[in-house]
Design a protein around this ligand. Structure first.
Ligand SMILES: Nc1ncnc2c1ncn2[C@@H]1O[C@H](COP(=O)(O)OP(=O)(O)OP(=O)(O)O)[C@@H](O)[C@H]1O
Ligand SMILES: [Mg+2]
Length: 377
């Protein structure tokens, strides 16, 4: 049992067996791919956007006519780094021992990239030294162009796409949009953890990407479905977890994927044959202890009024009207304009988020462990 791996993953994607549900979303994304639609995935942080893309891509592994390429651009600071990341992803995706791979490699080599190797993973990394902006543009166009000209369907997922807004080059969106529009066999999935910036790119009428994609939103996994998954994973590893324990977990994390996975990972790591409610409560206390210093850091980074407001929102669980007199008086939050300023600050710092995709929009503390910790304090 000592060396048994933990099947509740808290990073990356490890196959359908450890992936809960998302059947409708998977089907929809596949339909978009089949029908040549570019898609944007909108969702709050840590809900499973990247996981969903990896899940969809894994289903194309044995289909040589569809090539899926995942590019995470979070670490890129400008359009040159974007180009390098794109080229590296393409380079690493095509094995040179097949005919398309050979063609792509020789086409990429014509662009004279420098090929180095990542010191940790040992995988190749490509970089170009391009003197001016026109050259980036040509290189990006050529990279997309090579692939598009092959007799295959290519699907690019560009994750953390909002990062392009941080580039010093103001015209990145226009450049990308122009070249993407010209491709015939290539589809895109855009995804990003910063919802506000993603909306800015795709839903602002005067911006290049406006109305260029079909949007898709990703919500919480349903309670019953997640409960069955958790039970099933424990059983597969010859362990048990009580229904009471599962319900407690899902209520505690509000089915927010990352926090649910994290708590289940913790429970699994207890290596007990049978998990009961008391084990969940013990694990929660441990997680609080582990994170407490971070929570106090948050407290020091916020003003007293902001911290008080954050606690009040946590205590409400879901807050529908921050300006109601009842709420302000209950927690002694001062004036309505103080609350407005506080809400703005907490939203900007991503301590809270607004779920506006439901009939009655509400605010909630982002980090479910912090939310519960504030409630218990
Ligand atoms: N359907 C799922 N079943 C099981 N685990 C999942 C599922 N979706 C995501 N996860 C896990 O939850 C965690 C968060 O998922 P992921 O990184 O995909 O979220 P994200 O929405 O892309 O987050 P971010 O906003 O930070 O980019 C990861 O550890 C991932 O392994
Ligand atoms: Mg992600």
């Amino acid at each position: 049992m000592e060396n048994e791996f933990n099947p509740f993953f808290v990073s990356g994607y490890r196959g359908a067996e450890y992936f809960c549900d998302r059947e409708n979303e998977t089907l929809k994304l596949k339909q978009h791919i089949a029908n040549g639609k570019n898609t944007t995935v909108f969702a709050i942080r840590r809900i499973g956007k990247t996981g969903l893309i990896q899940h969809v891509f894994s289903s194309f592994i044995n289909k040589p006519k569809v090539v899926c390429i995942y590019v995470d651009i979070l670490g890129t600071k400008n359009i040159l780094e974007f180009t390098n990341q794109l080229a590296t992803a393409i380079y690493n995706r095509f094995p040179e021992n097949n005919s398309i791979g050979k063609k792509i490699m020789s086409a990429i080599r014509l662009l004279r990239p420098l090929i180095s190797f990542d010191t940790l993973s040992g995988s190749p990394e490509l970089s170009f030294s391009l003197g001016n902006e026109k050259l980036y543009e040509t290189t990006i166009a050529q990279l997309f162009g090579f692939l598009d000209a092959q007799n295959i369907k290519v699907v690019f997922a560009i994750d953390e796409f909002q990062q392009i807004l941080a580039y010093p080059e103001q015209n990145t969106e226009a450049i990308l949009r122009t070249h993407i529009q010209q491709l015939k066999n290539t589809q895109f999935i855009f995804c990003g953890s910063d919802q506000k910036l993603m909306h800015e790119i795709f839903n602002t009428a005067k911006r290049p990407f406006f109305a260029s994609c079909t949007s898709m939103s990703l919500g919480f996994i349903e309670f019953e479905v997640y409960a069955q998954f958790i039970k099933g994973v424990f059983e597969k590893h010859k362990r048990k977890i009580s229904e009471e324990a599962i319900s407690y977990v899902l209520n505690f994390t509000k089915q927010h994927t990352f926090y649910t996975q994290y708590l289940c990972n913790f429970l699994f790591a207890l290596t007990k044959k049978s998990i009961k409610l008391i084990d969940v409560q013990f694990s929660i206390k441990e997680i609080f202890l582990q994170n407490e210093s971070i929570y106090y850091q948050y407290k020091n980074l916020l003003t007293e009024a902001q911290w008080k407001l954050l606690r009040a929102i946590a205590k409400e669980d879901r807050l529908t009207n921050p300006h109601s007199r009842g709420f302000i008086e209950k927690y002694k939050l001062g004036t309505s304009s103080m609350v407005t300023r506080g809400m703005e600050a907490l939203l900007a710092k991503e301590m809270i988020y607004q779920n506006a995709g439901v009939e009655k929009a509400y605010y909630e503390v982002y980090d479910k462990f912090l939310m519960r910790w504030l409630q218990y304090k």
